[in-house]
Design a protein around this ligand. Structure first.
Ligand code: ZN
Length: 122
């Protein structure tokens, strides 16, 4: 699962917390995070402060949604010998291209999965 751990140094406020992203095969991200922080605190180097777990955000709880691709180009574009159509997701505004008869591939930098709560740019 994918999850983000927010932690801070002991004595700091929550505002000073930083996040670390993980993608691990664990059944309980919270327990794993607590164990990891505890292990870190047990092996502190001189000058390091103990860390405190602030919270754990699990991203995998969200259902992965496919983009709702709608054709965005009026005519098929040709680049060299390749032809493609541009697509835009009606839910999140993500853009992608479809070459030939395959699936629409999200453009580079575009999330593979749809996040409809994101703002649609239009
Ligand atoms: Zn989308």
């Amino acid at each position: 699962m994918q999850f983000t751990i927010w932690c801070k140094e002991q004595g700091d406020t929550d505002a000073a917390a930083w996040s670390e992203e993980y993608n691990k095969t664990v059944s309980d991200a919270q327990a794993w995070a607590e164990m990891t922080i505890a292990a870190f605190n047990d092996s502190l180097h001189p000058g390091e402060k103990p860390r405190v777990l602030v919270c754990v955000e699990v991203a995998a709880n969200k259902e992965k949604l496919r983009h709702d691709w709608k054709k965005a180009s009026l005519v098929t574009e040709v680049r060299g010998v390749r032809m493609f159509d541009r697509y835009r997701c009606s839910q999140c505004g993500a853009t992608g291209k479809r070459h030939g008869v395959g699936d629409v591939k999200p453009d580079s930098g575009t999330p593979e999965w749809c996040h409809p709560e994101a703002t649609v740019e239009d």
